[in-house]
Ligand binder design. Structure first.
Ligand code: ASP
Length: 588
């Protein structure tokens, strides 16, 4: 039999009581975390979002009722706060100095035996935890993540409000937006055979808001992309979407950097501004990635010159063929074990490199996996050229420039990870700028926009668009934190003629452009301010702040890598009637 709540209202949360509350009459409401029946006494930890409080049942009638309570039952307890005996104090619990001696108990809800214990060191599988997400969310770590996410969104809203931005909602039922992924489609019942698309981003709408004179817009907004899910992607995710009129890149940076500072202040971290900057070309050459992780050094250096006339044919031929020899220096890496070196060489091969050559000093001598072929003199010169000291290890690879840097970039991260150098509480930011405007899609045999088709070329390249599409740089930028892209944006095209030229370059016919973006092209003709913006990935930012490896842990109801919600079981088939109304038929 359960009791009614009646007029019971809590006086305190389960995380609130302290030594100075001793003597107070209190009323707590929460879940049974644990029951310990000592026979003459029953101890119970009562839990809510705020913490745990120990309740003791001593009086005979109450004690007997308490013996029947089980984990996850929902209770109300009235009682008196008293200090714990010295030996029972728990310094690890914020409420560990006190306990509540129960005088009245209400059982508000019973609970089935949960499929896993509600504790942070839960051993249950991910599937089970997602299926019972409401139980998983009761764990303190996930509660803390949701709380953190809330505080971050509040900080974002406050910041933008202070900067004169308006939060404006854009439609969820809309027309395809061209972010390059597949759309989620929603059939229209009223217009059979026609579909809305869920937005991949509010890109066109936020640009139209600039045309509409709203000047400064932001939105914390769900976006939908129907991609084959790569690790740690979600089909629906949240962006902090931003657009500003009369924006230059500098204005966007100067607006976003203090925002990030505010967001990190939420976890008590003081981020140093301004952020580092590097061009896309530099990021690729020096870090082998357009998302360089700057928590560690090990910058890729080019030592091609050392090998042009060497006896080591693999490297010499690579350079002669227009390629490069590049390397990274692992500080203190000279002591690496054979096993570690072999594993790295294997990894380099699996990444497509011919191999990975290592070189180190051993007293006066030189050791290297290619010592015989290259000779001591050349390898010594390579160590010197790369700036490797007595205790360091040099890792070398050869081949085409970009591919070689990419392999070394991965090796750099593997080394850093295995040596514990990628600290989750260290934050290294950089802007990556000057992306190419276009990249060649070999499958489709056409140029595609590297960001999206509304990104402006740099002013100096505007006249060279048709002449050398691959060489044109974009006014696009990414914000990278610890090797993750946490945001990306650009200065937009605000001129109809340029926008049309861009579509032509992308192989989008006038007719097609009109069909897909006609309303937008038309709006551009009615007085468009120069504008630009950015979108930041809220899920990723909160995951990094929380020190969680997966964005799943900072989303209340995430989907699996197969885009399934294991709790609601969506997606599911629908009734024949629903399909008929939509005039849809399922084939096969
Ligand atoms: N719409 C872009 C995105 O979702 C961001 C932007 O250009 O502002 O990635």
């Amino acid at each position: 039999m359960v009791d009614k709540l009646g007029d019971w209202a809590r006086t305190h949360t389960c995380g609130q009581l302290r030594a100075e509350d001793a003597g107070r009459e209190v009323l707590l409401l929460g879940w049974v975390h644990k029951v310990r029946d000592l026979g003459h006494l029953v101890f119970l930890d009562l839990r809510d979002r705020h913490g745990l409080t120990q309740v003791v049942f001593e009086a005979e009638g109450l004690r007997d009722r308490a013996k029947h309570l089980r984990a996850e039952f929902v209770l109300g307890v009235r009682g008196r706060v008293r200090p714990r005996a010295a030996e029972a104090m728990n310094a690890k619990m914020p409420t560990g100095a006190v306990e509540v001696e129960a005088t009245e108990l209400k059982l508000l809800s019973e609970a089935k035996v949960p499929p896993f214990v509600i504790a942070d060191d839960v051993a249950a599988s991910d599937e089970l935890r997602l299926r019972y997400r409401y139980l998983d969310l009761r764990r303190p770590a996930l509660q803390a993540n949701l709380g953190l996410r809330h505080r971050v969104t509040m900080a974002v809203r406050k910041y933008f409000d202070g900067q004169g931005f308006w939060e404006i909602e854009t439609p969820m039922l809309t027309k395809s937006t061209p972010e390059g992924a597949r759309d989620y489609l929603v059939p229209s019942r009223v217009h059979p055979g026609e579909f809305y698309a869920l937005p991949q981003s509010p890109q066109i709408f936020k640009q139209i808001l600039m045309i509409a004179g709203t000047d400064r817009y932001f939105q914390i907004v769900k976006c939908f992309r129907d991609e084959d899910l790569r690790a740690d992607r979600q089909p629906e995710f949240t962006q902090i979407d931003v657009e500003m009129s009369f924006a230059t890149r500098e204005l966007v940076f100067a607006t976003i950097e203090p925002l990030i500072k505010e967001v990190f202040a939420v976890i008590g971290r003081d981020i140093t501004l301004p952020f580092a900057r590097m061009s896309y070309a530099e990021a690729l050459a020096r870090y082998g990635s357009d998302k360089p992780d700057l928590r560690v050094g090990m910058v890729i250096t080019d030592v091609s010159g050392v090998f042009t006339d060497s006896t080591f044919s693999v490297f010499r031929d690579a350079v002669a063929g227009g390629g490069v020899v590049r390397g990274i220096v692992v500080p203190g890496g000279a002591a690496a074990s054979r096993k570690e070196l072999d594993t790295l060489a294997e990894e380099a091969k699996s990444l497509g490199a011919g191999g990975l050559v290592w070189v180190r000093r051993s007293g006066e001598a030189i050791q290297s996996s290619a010592l015989k072929a290259a000779g001591e003199g050349t390898m010594r010169a390579a160590l010197d050229a790369a700036g490797a000291g007595a205790a360091d290890l040099l890792l070398l690879a050869s081949g085409p420039a970009d591919a070689t840097s990419k392999v070394l970039g991965q090796i750099r991260l593997s080394v850093a990870k295995s040596r514990g150098w990628l600290k989750t509480d260290e934050f290294a930011f950089t802007w990556v700028t000057d992306f190419p405007l276009l990249e060649w899609d070999g499958d489709e045999r056409r140029w595609v926009a590297m960001h999206h088709p509304f990104t402006s070329p740099v002013e100096a390249d505007m006249d060279r668009l048709e002449e050398n599409p691959g060489g044109v740089l974009a006014q696009a930028y990414d914000l990278v934190l610890n090797g993750s892209e946490i945001g990306g944006g650009s200065i937009r095209i605000h001129d109809t003629a340029l926008q049309r030229r861009m579509f032509t370059l992308l192989g989008i016919s006038d007719e097609d452009a009109k069909l897909r973006f006609g309303f937008f092209l038309e709006s551009l003709e009615y007085g468009t301010p120069p504008h630009g913006g950015i979108a930041l990935g809220l899920d990723r930012i909160v995951a990094i702040l929380a020190g969680e490896p997966s964005i799943r842990d900072v989303i209340a109801f995430p989907k699996t890598a197969q885009a399934v919600d294991l709790m609601s079981t969506a997606p599911t088939p629908v009734d024949a009637r629903q399909l008929r109304e939509l005039r849809l038929r399922i084939e096969g």
